[in-house]
Design a protein around this ligand. Structure first.
Ligand SMILES: CC(=O)N[C@H](C=O)[C@@H](O)[C@H](O)[C@H](O)COP(=O)(O)O
Length: 224
């Protein structure tokens, strides 16, 4: 899928992140594929998914573009950090590759520039997951197709907010030339609406739709 087609597919729409790690109760490619089917029936415009196995199962189950990533651990730079991880999610069939584009020291010798080049050489689109405006600027300069504030609140130098980082969404959307896809702690339909009103092209919602353990906990906590 080319960039214009992807933009038209997701414009002003919801993208559902269907992810469960091995320590989560819904872990398993077939379970994530059913989550994706539910998301498609509900009206999602695209799916965000982690790992080659999940991406492959989701691609077989739904007729939607997939933003693929491959988490390697859960500290430091863990979202699609290497060429191998990129090639694995592309081989699994994703349309867009999401990767950590923060300015932190990288775990392998691969620079962000060469990782971007690998994605484009395979004819796929780049979604740069960042935590600050400067990281978004850097990703744009290196050739990213899309930017998302996915990592705001997850780097040691960004504030830990309870809700979405609307300020960063608005600044990325206003000051960069590439589209911003809002993501991270969007927990309600009103927040999703606000993200679009802040200038985002589309909105990714994960936990609030596909992590029932966390959804349950939010209700339980409200009753304490
Ligand atoms: C920080 C990090 O590793 N974020 C991951 C990125 O793919 C996922 O664990 C999140 O679920 C996703 O970003 C969607 O966000 P939320 O689940 O808050 O709607």
């Amino acid at each position: 899928m080319d960039k214009d087609a992807f933009i038209e597919q997701v414009r002003n729409k919801l993208i559902v992140s269907c992810q469960a790690l091995p320590d989560e109760p819904l872990y398993g490619a077939q379970i994530m594929a059913r989550m994706a089917v539910a998301a498609q029936i509900g009206g999602a415009s695209a799916i965000r998914a982690n790992s080659p196995a999940d991406i492959q199962a989701i691609k077989a189950a739904v007729d939607l573009p997939v933003i693929g990533l491959y988490k390697q651990g859960d500290t430091g730079i863990y979202i699609t950090p290497t060429h191998e991880a990129i090639l694995a999610v592309i081989a699994a069939g994703c349309d867009v590759v999401a990767l950590d584009a923060t300015l932190r020291p990288r775990p392998s010798e691969a620079s962000l520039q060469t990782l971007f080049e690998t994605i484009h050489a395979q004819g796929k689109l780049i979604l740069a997951d960042v935590s600050t405006f400067e990281e978004g600027q850097n990703a744009q300069a290196l050739g990213a197709d899309f930017v998302a504030p996915t990592l705001s609140g997850y780097t040691e130098y960004t504030p830990k907010l309870d809700g979405p980082d609307f300020e960063l969404i608005a600044r990325l959307a206003a000051e960069l030339n590439i589209p911003t896809i809002a993501e991270g702690r969007i927990h309600t339909p009103a927040q999703a609406r606000q993200a679009l009103d802040s200038g985002a092209l589309a909105v990714v919602v994960g936990s609030a739709i596909t992590r029932p353990r966390l959804i349950t906990k939010s209700f339980v906590d409200a009753l304490l």
